[in-house]
Design a protein around this ligand. Structure first.
Ligand SMILES: [Zn+2]
Length: 167
């Protein structure tokens, strides 16, 4: 995501990296993949919700006259809410995968792992980021890889792409 204060607050290398990262999302078609995965997820969610309603109606739970009884709406919404919570780690794992791909693309496009690491450190400082968050927390809630992991990726890139000697 790009904001109007990006240019004012960042050095040119960082701006280049942010743009390259967003181009990485474009390169890997993450918008379309995201829309596709969301549609599949919604279909699964609605299918499960319909089964919960059918199950409740069959047992005459909450005095439901049938699965289409509007009195079942709160149960349906509750089922969607719970299923969405259960699916959250999957959504976040996909998001972290997309972000890793965009990070790698930004390193390939800029060829500047040192600036990448500098930008990550600056970001971590200004956001007061947890450098070593507990793994279950990352697994449950993180849409982006933790800072230390992103810096490690830049280190791997630097090792694979040694800078040419200065002339
Ligand atoms: Zn991103």
């Amino acid at each position: 995501m790009l904001y109007d204060n990006l240019v004012a607050r960042s050095d040119p290398d960082a701006v280049e990296l942010v743009l390259a990262h967003e181009m990485g999302h474009w390169k890997h078609a993450h918008i379309w993949k995201g829309i596709g995965l969301t549609l599949v997820g919604m279909a699964v969610l609605l299918w499960c919700g319909a089964h919960v309603l059918a199950w409740a109606a069959e047992r005459r739970a909450f005095h439901l006259a049938g699965p289409a009884d509007v009195a079942g709406l709160p149960l349906f919404l509750l089922a969607l809410f719970v299923l969405n919570l259960v699916g959250l780690p999957i959504q976040n794992a996909v998001s972290r995968h997309f972000e890793r791909q965009a990070d790698w693309a930004s390193l390939e496009l800029t060829g500047n792992p040192a600036a990448f690491i500098r930008a990550e450190v600056d970001l971590a400082r200004s956001n007061l980021a947890d450098l070593t968050p507990p793994r279950p927390l990352v697994w449950l809630l993180y849409t982006h890889p933790p800072v230390a992991e992103r810096i490690r990726m830049a280190d791997v890139f630097a090792a694979q792409h040694p800078a040419p000697p200065p002339r």
